[in-house]
Design a protein around this ligand. Sequence first.
Ligand code: PA5
Length: 428
Amino acid sequence: MIKVDVEGAKKFIENKSFEKGLEDASEAFQKVKDGYGPGNEWLGWRRILENPNDAELDRIDQHAQSIREDADIFIVCGIGGSFQGAMAIVEALQKPFISGRPEIIFAGHQMSGRYLDSLVHYLNTPKEDGTRKSVYLNVISKSGTTLETAIAFRVIRKWIHENYEDAKDRIIATTGPEGGVLNKIIEEFGYSKYVIPDDVGGRFSVLTPVGLLPVAVAGIDIQTLFYGAVGEFQRREKHPGDLLDYAAARFELHEKGFALDVIGSFEPELNGFCGWTQQLLGESEGKEGKGLFPAIASYSTDLHSIGQMVQQGRRNMMETLLTVKKPFSKLALPETADDTDQLQYLEGKLFHDINQSALKGTVSAHHSGGVPVVQIEMENLNEQQLGELIYFFELFTAVYVYMLEVNPFDQPGVENYKKAMYQLLGKK
Ligand code: PA5
């Protein structure tokens, strides 16, 4: 179960304001529930949990299983909401250094020619036994027109067609129900297709085939992940509880002139997840001159860099820390015959406990340095709780952004760079 602790933020907010914030948060929550806020045609991220499509979950599972049996490499080609969620989940649940098979590679999330060039070189490099790697590609784009994804897709798709007779079965497209260039390509070449429902926006789509297929191919149990989110949906419908505390605190700090929310964790496995929340919040709240800039931090690594800024820089930032209560490694500091490194006082202690002390020490130091800190705790880092955390942040984002009186589900500002870029590139 996800627990929120706002005590470290409440001290920076007057009681009265916090109480008012809670009332506003409750109203915003009702708006989400009853679907009468702006952008209410994009509430499908709730609908899919209210009425789970088990047939689709099974189709994804079976397809993923058949890919896992054959693939050495599975490339996920997408940007923004079309890749960030899958990357976050894979990073959170796959152990580092234990390279799984298939290897999951992301592309189409930037425009680097060097990256793609090296990727193609890597694909061309035979396996140790001299045979060719077995490569699959999942292109993900709701609009089917995003340039970063489209140009990478062309390069990788061409490579697959040149290298395999069964190319058609190696390319899977995840896109909107109809229209768009990608749907034309699918029709012409017969690739298999997964649909991103019309009422689910990109950054809210991780629990559709957008996130579920790549994650299932990585060997992660998507049924437990998905039903973790379903459980959180059902719980929060009745008891939004501490989610509203968080919305009230963040909103009141915003109103007091705070400009940044540093979203961080002491678990490096959650770095990608912090990136996903950054995209979710940033694209949802940063409109009409409003919003807290969602910066991200990986602690304790970043205590040796931006930690200085958080502690003593300009006092306009709050912090949201994602924590995991139970250890997921039993590694303890080993004993040695001598104490030359002067670490005897830590002998036998779990790394998890040392890390927890760093967390507690940091919360207290940042707090006394003038930084409001909210902590969001998972009991364990596993499929179920990650599913819960995903829905928690989706719902939180909708509620909090409604409090700002902004539409959480559009991103009109993104068009500006596109227009300028297309003009420079001579697009008709
Ligand atoms: O949240 C969003 O809508 C965006 O971040 C999109 O996911 C991103 O721009 C990619 O769009 P598309 O899936 O249409 O290629």
